[in-house]
Design a binder for this molecule. Structure first.
Ligand SMILES: [Zn+2]
Length: 141
């Protein structure tokens, strides 16, 4: 009897210890299963939010920088035309004659359209960054 009781007690004690460590393990697993995805989710969502905000802003900056560079190119072309006109008494549609062959819009990499009609000169970006007509820019800045 005494042996049985001790055995049972021992058995219960062992079982209880086993249950305790099992429940601890289950709690840990639940915590891991529930919280790791939550934490990862927060990081991923945070990351996605950061990317979502940062990428368009970066591309906006990049686009406006390219547009400004493009307009600077057109201004340079216009002043080269003025110099060319002073020397030749006419404008030219040739970028090579302006000493600017190979100049393209930084955004679409297409060559500028230069149209000469008598003393009228138009320099235009092929991808819509504006134009300069007889020294007057189509944009305001
Ligand atoms: Zn352009």
């Amino acid at each position: 009897m005494t042996d049985e009781t001790t055995n049972v007690t021992n058995g219960n004690g062992v079982e209880q210890q086993g249950k305790k460590s099992n429940t601890t393990l289950i709690v840990v697993i639940i915590l891991v299963v529930l919280f790791i995805p939550m934490i990862l989710g927060v990081f991923l969502c945070g990351g996605a939010a950061l990317i979502g905000i940062a990428v368009p802003k970066y591309s906006d900056v990049s686009e406006s920088a390219k547009m400004n560079a493009c307009r600077a190119n057109m201004r340079t072309l216009a002043s080269q035309e003025v110099i060319y006109y002073a020397e030749h008494d006419c404008y030219t549609e040739s970028l090579a004659e302006l000493g600017m062959s190979g100049i393209v819009c930084p955004e679409c990499s297409q060559s500028y359209r230069i149209t000469v009609r008598g003393d009228d000169l138009t320099i235009e970006c092929p991808c819509g960054h504006g134009s300069i007509e007889n020294g007057r820019a189509s944009w305001s800045n």
